[in-house]
Ligand binder design. Structure first.
Ligand code: ADP
Ligand code: MG
Length: 687
């Protein structure tokens, strides 16, 4: 198909330019068609004035004419050039200084040019400064006037390169035709532009009204096809296995509840009720449990596991890191200590002999609960009768990984996903499919709030002194940095830099360690373990620390370059302290003096609710930065914004369901999904 051809077949794109385009992820003609401009920055070049029409107020205007004279002059010791341009209505003198003068050489008498510049009165002709002059021919008219697209660029590719290339491709599309991707019925009922008109108008809009229409259609198209893809995928993976029906709460659940060192909060009781009802149904549970850091989700996991065990089944819990799995293992072991429940921990560190025995017990049903990391996904991990799959901090796992774990049962197991990251419902639907959501609001009583303070960099020394005082009192601290390595582009203190600096000054002689995401899992786990054992007093780290590890003796967190982080993210981070009975602090350090930035950080001092904070993030930073689809194992979107376009998302979900149930429409959809989106959505379809 013509759009699969390489861009190297286009005019003006040689091997070198092609490499530049490749940097923008553009390899084929189709990629170019789908390389949408920045939607908020079209350049309005549609008003080409005559010279007489130019107003003399010094504003930037656009006009065209023929070059009649090019002169070099000398004034105040500097050389400058004047290009005189005329049309049927008058004359204009364009002044070029400095390096701009060299462009003058390109314009001979008789050349037609298009000029943008500031216009003022002159003696004999209108005077134009800060000018941009382009050769103007019937051939290039379409890419230099009108409403022009502005694309994101890379070094070797200019705006005009992209405009020329896209324009050629649109001409090809006009000649060859582009297949429609939306079923005719939907196209008609929504009065959408056809695909070619939409593509043409997103790149080179005929008018701003047409641009809006093009965008409306393309946003719909993208979300519609995404939903169709997800639904088709779901059909393909249709779970024909029967669900598992659990009985009402029995002895073990009651025992675990009575043995807890505290009473369930109201939010926990409500969450547990939702989950019990799901588990007692013959349909498989598919529930997302959202609760702020420290809201007490682990207890809920324990109850669900108890319920499955007392019904004679097995359950498992998967966590994203070894240390987290270890902590869950310890917590759950203590919750179940009054019973005969058999619990084991499986990570990549588990010794071979132990692992072998464990897997045997698992396969024969001698083991009730298995806690672990990704190690649980391995082929030879086989359950006798798995009925409950729990994942903690699920956003760290891909779609496929969850499916793999769920696949380890003859029946369709109940699935519980626990997360502290607030995910808007619409996104949850997209990412997790049909999922029920329980939100646990508030924190258990007795948890101390973390005092959060914000200082600018000039107070860094005093903050570090405070850190040393905490350590001398026997406490432990985290110092969180925004980057691993130094980079020239970003003015941030890297984790290496801070580690070097601190171990040579304030923290000299104090056991410290460095921790970041590029280290091997085993190495990270070992360092965390030593921190948990209080062998390490200060951990200089990146955000790898963000997921729920529990070190009650840690009472201070310092966040360097705090302005680099989202509020919700810092809220998660600070949830690492304040876990014991000692008063805890979180200190935000920033080198920014920008009042808005400081005000944003101040919000963390005032607010302790992760859900409110993430809403603030949304307002302040936009959706894209917070909930990338790729983070969830789905493809990034070109034009739709999953949070801004919520209404469309909901609509497309409905429409996709209807379309796939309809014989005619289904055919159309299957073809378009294959035709245009197979590569992009491969991750979904092949999972
Ligand atoms: P998260 O939701 O972040 O996973 P955890 O399950 O780790 O939270 O719980 C945080 C802390 O709160 C733990 O130390 C836990 O023992 C404690 N906790 C949980 N539920 C209650 C409760 N109902 N009353 C008092 N403390 C509780
Ligand atoms: Mg947790």
């Amino acid at each position: 198909m013509w759009w699969r051809e390489s861009i190297a077949t286009l005019k003006g794109i040689g091997p070198k330019k092609a490499l530049g385009f490749n940097k923008l992820n553009i390899a084929t003609i189709g990629d170019l068609l789908n390389y949408y401009p920045r939607l908020d920055s079209y350049l309005d070049q549609s008003k080409v004035k005559t010279i007489r029409e130019l107003s003399l107020d010094g504003s930037k205007q656009l006009f065209s004419g023929e070059v009649v004279r090019v002169n070099d002059r000398m004034g105040r010791g500097k050389r400058y050039s004047i290009i005189t341009v005329r049309d049927d209505t008058g004359f204009a003198d364009i002044y070029l200084f400095g390096a701009q003068r060299f462009t003058a050489k390109r314009f001979k008498n008789g050349t037609n040019v298009l000029v943008t510049g500031r216009v003022k009165p002159g003696r004999t002709a209108k005077l134009v400064s800060e000018a941009l002059i382009q050769v103007y021919t019937p051939e290039n008219e379409a890419t230099v006037t009108g409403i022009l697209p502005v694309y994101n660029l890379t070094e070797s590719i200019t705006q005009q390169n992209l405009r020329n290339a896209v324009h050629q491709v649109l001409d090809m599309a006009q000649a060859e035709g582009v297949p429609e991707t939306i079923p005719a019925e939907i196209l008609k009922s929504n009065k959408f532009l056809n695909r070619l008109t939409a593509l043409s108008n997103i790149h080179f809009p005929e008018s701003f009204a047409k641009l809006k229409e093009a965008k409306r259609r393309l946003v719909y198209e993208e979300l519609f096809l995404l939903q169709c893809g997800l639904l088709l995928n779901k059909e393909r993976n249709f779970d024909a296995r029967p669900g598992i029906k659990h009985a009402q709460d029995g002895e073990l659940v009651k025992e675990v509840i009575t043995d807890l060192p505290f009473k369930l909060t109201e939010a926990q009781s409500k969450a547990w009720n939702d989950i019990s009802v799901d588990m007692e149904s013959h349909l498989p549970m598919h529930r997302l449990l959202q609760g702020d850091v420290g809201s007490g989700k682990t207890v809920i996991a324990a109850l669900a596991l108890a319920k499955t065990v007392e019904n004679g089944f097995q359950g498992c819990l998967m966590a994203p890191t070894g240390i987290l799995a270890q902590q869950h293992f310890e917590t759950l072991t203590s919750f179940f200590s009054g019973s005969l429940t058999r619990i084991e921990l499986l990570t990549s560190n588990t010794k071979t002999a132990q692992r072998k025995k464990m897997l045997q017990d698992l396969a024969t049903g001698n083991l009730d609960i298995l806690i672990g990391t990704h190690a649980l996904l391995q082929e030879d991990v086989e359950f006798a009768n798995l009925a409950l799959v729990i994942t903690d901090e699920q956003h760290r796992f891909g779609v496929n990984q969850r499916a793999k774990l769920v696949g380890k049962s003859d029946s369709a197991p109940d699935v519980l996903i626990m997360t502290a990251t607030p995910i808007p419902r619409t996104l949850a639907l997209t990412v997790y499919g049909d999922v029920d959501v329980t939100i646990m609001k508030g924190l258990p009583p007795g948890r101390k709030t973390i005092e959060t303070l914000c200082y600018t960099g000039d107070r860094r020394g005093a903050v570090y002194e405070g850190m040393v005082r905490q350590i001398n009192e026997g406490r432990q601290v985290y110092v969180v940095c925004a980057a691993i390595e130094e980079s020239e582009a970003m003015d941030v203190r890297s984790v290496y830099e801070v580690y070097e600096e601190l171990t040579n000054s304030y923290l000299k002689g104090i056991p410290c360690a460095l921790l970041h995401g590029k280290m091997k899992a085993a190495e990270k786990d070992e360092i965390m373990e030593r921190f948990v054992k209080n062998e390490i007093k200060a951990l200089i780290t990146t955000t790898v620390i963000e997921v729920g590890v529990n070190v009650p003796n840690a009472t201070l967190m310092i966040i360097e370059n705090a302005d680099r982080f989202g509020l919700a993210q810092m809220h998660q981070l600070r949830g690492r302290v304040g876990r014991g009975d000692k008063k805890s602090y979180c200190v935000l350090l920033t080198d920014s003096q920008v009042p808005d930035t400081l005000a944003r950080l101040q919000v963390l001092h005032d607010c302790n609710d992760g859900f409110i904070l993430s809403e603030r993030d949304l307002e302040l930073r936009g959706a894209g930065q917070l909930f990338g689809l790729r983070q969830h194992g789905l493809p990034d979107l070109y034009i739709a914004d999953i949070l801004r376009d919520t209404d469309v998302l909901v609509q497309t979900r409905k429409d996709a369901t209807i379309a796939l149930a309809d014989k005619e429409m289904r055919k159309e959809v299957e073809i378009s999904v294959q035709n245009q989106f197979d590569e992009r959505f491969a991750q979904i379809f092949n999972s």
